[in-house]
Write a protein of this length. Structure first.
Ligand code: ATP
Length: 260
């Protein structure tokens, strides 16, 4: 049986800018991959390739042994750091609208039984993310953590097998982040998701993931910063990492100014 996700010598370039080079990886269903790396090294680009909004420039990115579809689908949900919702709609209406769009396209409306089913489904998902008390609130009435809970609810609507998280908790306070960590771990287990999560926080990466990837450039040309791309320089099963390796990764992630 093919791996759920397989990258075979994947490259991504934008014009002369080589962003990713030679990615070769296999990911099995149910893994929780956390991804760290310096700013601009292509982590979001890789997530977008999994989502289907970006394509490889060279190589193959496979889902169940077939090329990933060239557009987002219900099997892949995504949560970004900043999320946009309809400001004039309540929490419940926003989730129902996402359902209607997924079903009927941008002009879609749901009526009768379909509308009632969408409402039940939206309420259930909002309950799972801990927003059952906020169904009738408007986005401007939500805290940062509540907004991200809403974003997660939207991402889960299509019953995805794969959840893509692009620094979803980067803007949240530490206490709220801890609550969100527990939520994500609960949803990952409950829905048997395969998760790919970008984070700037190495500790978060080690806490949440079953496997941690470090994106970095193996070669650099100071005269031509875009000449070489990043690859996955560490692929670590979480829980089996010694202190020295952790500190080495941590040092590499910190900007040069901070180390000076
Ligand atoms: N649509 C695009 N067109 C051209 N260049 C792009 C595009 N998207 C990303 N890039 C470039 O690709 C490189 C990688 O960007 P990407 O956002 O994937 O990095 P990142 O590792 O996620 O960074 P950060 O941690 O800061 O979010 C950057 O040099 C960026 O300018």
């Amino acid at each position: 049986m093919p791996s759920m996700i397989e990258a075979k010598n994947v490259w991504k370039t934008y014009g002369d800018n080589v962003v990713l080079e030679g990615l070769d990886i296999k990911v099995e269903e149910g893994e929780f991959i956390t991804m760290v790396g310096t700013s601009g090294c292509g982590k979001s680009t890789f997530l977008n390739m999994l989502l289907g909004t970006q394509q490889c420039s060279k190589g193959e990115l496979l889902l169940d042994g077939k090329p990933i579809p060239k557009e987002p689908g219900p099997d892949r949900g995504i949560v970004f750091q900043q999320y946009s919702v309809f400001p004039h709609m309540t929490v419940l209406q926003n989730v129902m609208a996402a359902k209607a769009f997924a079903k009927k396209g941008l002009t879609g409306y749901l009526f009768g039984q379909a509308k009632r089913a969408a409402k039940d489904e939206a309420s259930d998902i909002l309950n799972q993310v801990g927003l059952s008390h906020a169904l009738n609130k408007y986005p401007h009435e939500l805290s940062g953590g509540m907004k991200q809970r809403l974003a997660i609810a939207q991402a889960l609507l299509g019953k995805p097998r794969i959840l893509l998280l692009d620094e979803p908790f980067g803007a949240l306070d530490p206490g709220i982040r801890a609550d969100m960590h527990e939520l994500v771990l609960t949803l990952w287990r409950k829905h048997k998701l395969t998760v790919f999560m970008v984070t700037h926080d190495l500790k978060e990466g080690f806490y949440l993931g079953t496997r941690l990837w470090v994106f970095d450039k193996l070669r650099q040309d100071p005269q031509a910063p875009g000449a070489y791309g990043a690859s996955i320089t560490y692929d670590l099963p979480v829980g089996q990492v010694d202190k020295a390796t952790y500190e080495e990764i941590d040092d590499n992630l910190r900007p040069v100014v901070e180390l000076a």
